[in-house]
Each structure stands twice: as structure tokens, then as C-alpha cells.
Design a protein around this ligand. Structure first.
Ligand code: AMP
Ligand code: ZN
Length: 309
């Protein structure tokens, strides 16, 4: 199953408007026609944006990978009347990076949406495969570290103080489960769909799709004829988060709505993160960081290498 389109017996009616239905959302115990599904989807994004206090008057920078989540997010914000700009970081991975740019271009051009494309090579001086040769760390976590810092840095450079990320309900619930299973209570503070800025050079981050499941997002992409990048990143294999998501899918299958309940109950019972600053400044690159040297400089071993790497 890779979307929520379903066959219905003659006479079945959309829960909302009583027209013939196309889509079944088991976790909500509803069936919808396509236009009521779009209404549902946009309402979920609108509610999230309202919770974050971001109105359509404020321009929004969207971090776009070319995958289903970030393209659906961009489409929904655009449909809701937000003025948006895309931000893409090209990692220089054979096949995958060009395909990602192609998907973004095919999405943005007909809608006349502006976007900025930065390559890892141009910002850091090296590509991901080049970094791979210099480290033993798992590539997926290396890539995460680099993307996090570059997204922060480029958001500020683009003149924005906040950035919209495409994480969805499955991502957030999977991460929560992973942190709980491993008792990583130090990560709980950042487990929230809105993270305020904690440093003048750190944008705040928000995740307007946190109320929407991965399959709902795929359904939305199909209805809007959005074609996300089909290729998979060759480095994604090592990601452990995938197993936690699969575990939740199993529970969801037996008890529809469990995934959503799990995340929402957690979010309802906690305070939003506070904009306190535990940050210092990296002595090599000047980016915000907890310690003396930031994770990217650590990764690139800047102490040893030339400072412009
Ligand atoms: P991921 O960690 O790959 O699941 O991505 C989570 C979110 O990070 C995506 O939905 C995007 O908003 C953002 N993102 C991931 N990769 C990139 C990229 N190469 N350029 C810009 N944003 C990205
Ligand atoms: Zn309907």
C-alpha cells in the first residue's frame, strides 16, 4: 500500500459532503472524496501554522529535498496563500542529487515558485562522497549533521529567521519512540514541531506536516500530480529510525489511530521548548554550537586540515 485510495461499494458516501468517496482514512474512521481529502489536508497544515503563530502575511522559507514530504509541504503552504521560497542543498550524490533537483524544478516551474539551490561543494568545499572517504561514521548521520548546520546557516543568509521542514507524523512519532526506547531524555526537549531560535545565527524551525501521516502525504502528492524524486539515496540504508517507524506501522495496522495518539498525547502533556540559549560559538567556523568546536568542524577534522575546507 502506498496511498489511501480505495474501492467503495455502490452507494458509499463521503463522510463530509456525501458525494462518492475515493479515499479511506482508517486512523480517523472516515472516507472522503478527493476534494474533502484536500480540505482535510489543508486544514491540518493550517492548524499547525496557527499553533506556530505564523500568518500568511509572513514569507516562509521551505527546506526542500525533492522528496514527497517537502514538495507536499511547499504545495500546501502555497495553496494556503503563503508567500514561499524553496531552499535546497545539493549533496553531490551520483544520480540521486540530479534527480532531486529535477523533481524540484518540475514542481516549482509551473507554479512559478522561487527557490535557491546550494551545493555542498560550493558551501563546504567538498561533496558527501568525498567526506565519506575521510570518516568512519555512518553516512546517514554525517549527512544529517551537515544538512542541519547548512540549513541553519543558509536560512539566515537568505534573510529568513525561520524555516519550514517537511517532517511528518511518522517521522515525529518514530523519533519519539526511538528516544523513549533508548531513554534519551536529553533529546526530549527538542521533540516538538516548533523549535524557537536559541541563538542569533540559528533560525527557528517548524514542521507544518506533523499532523499528517506519510501515506496521507503520498495521497496528497498523487492528487496534485506532484512527482517526488523516485531514486533513493544510497546512504539511507543505515538509518535506524526506519525500524521504529515500522514498529509503529505494525501497531497502527492492528489499532488504527495509535500512531497519532502516541504523538499527540506526548505533545499535549508537555510544555513547548523555551528559547533559552545553551549555545556558544565554534572556534573554527563561528557557527553556533554546544562545545568549543561544532559537529561539522569535528566531522571535517578542521583542526588538522586547511581552514577553508
Ligand atoms: P530527512 O531527514 O531526509 O527525512 O528530511 C527531513 C526534512 O529536511 C525534509 O522534509 C526537508 O524539509 C529537509 N531536507 C532534507 N534534505 C534536504 C536537502 N537536501 N535540502 C533542503 N532540505 C532538505
Ligand atoms: Zn466529500
Amino acid at each position: 500500500m502506498n496511498d489511501f485510495f480505495a474501492q467503495f461499494p455502490a452507494g458509499a458516501k463521503c463522510t463530509r459532503c456525501k458525494q462518492p468517496p475515493d479515499i479511506r482514512l482508517r486512523s480517523h474512521h472516515v472516507i472522503y472524496c478527493s476534494s474533502c481529502f484536500l480540505h482535510y489536508f489543508h486544514t491540518a497544515v493550517k492548524r499547525a501554522m496557527r499553533k506556530f503563530g505564523i500568518t500568511p502575511e509572513q514569507p516562509v522559507l521551505v527546506a526542500v529535498s525533492g522528496g514527497k514530504d517537502s514538495l507536499a509541504l511547499w504545495a500546501a503552504l502555497h495553496e494556503l496563500g503563503y508567500h514561499t521560497r524553496g531552499l535546497h542543498i545539493s549533496l553531490g550524490i551520483d544520480g540521486f542529487s540530479d534527480a532531486s533537483i529535477g523533481s524540484i524544478r518540475r514542481f516549482a516551474e509551473p507554479r512559478q515558485l522561487p527557490w535557491a539551490n546550494y551545493s555542498l561543494k560550493e558551501v563546504l568545499g567538498c561533496t558527501l562522497p568525498e567526506i565519506r572517504r575521510r570518516t568512519r561514521r555512518k553516512m546517514c548521520s554525517v549527512c544529517g549533521t551537515l544538512k542541519r548546520q547548512l540549513i541553519n546557516r543558509l536560512t539566515i543568509q537568505e534573510g529568513f529567521s525561520a524555516i519550514a521542514m517537511g517532517h511528518n507524523l511518522d517521522d515525529e512519532a518514530g523519533r519519539l519512540l526511538g528516544n523513549m526506547v533508548r531513554h534519551r531524555s536529553e533529546y526530549f526537549e527538542r521533540q516538538y514541531p516548533y523549535l524557537p531560535s536559541t541563538h542569533p545565527r540559528l533560525p527557528s524551525k517548524f514542521k507544518p506536516l506533523y499532523r499528517l501521516e506519510a501515506l496521507e502525504i503520498l495521497t496528497y502528492c498523487k492528487l496534485n500530480r506532484i512527482e517526488p524524486v523516485a531514486a533513493r539515496c544510497e546512504f539511507a540504508r543505515g538509518a535506524t529510525s526506519h525500524s521504529f517507524k515500522q514498529a509503529l506501522d505494525l501497531l497502527e495496522e492492528a489499532m488504527p489511530g495509535t500512531k497519532r495518539d502516541f504523538l499527540y498525547t506526548y505533545l499535549e502533556n508537555r510544555q513547548p521548548p523555551q528559547p533559552e540559549s545553551p549555545y556558544g560559538t565554534c572556534r573554527f567556523c563561528g557557527e553556533p554550537c554546544y562545545a568549543d568546536v561544532c559537529s561539522v568542524c569535528n566531522l571535517l577534522d578542521r583542526q588538522a586540515g586547511p581552514p577553508n575546507l
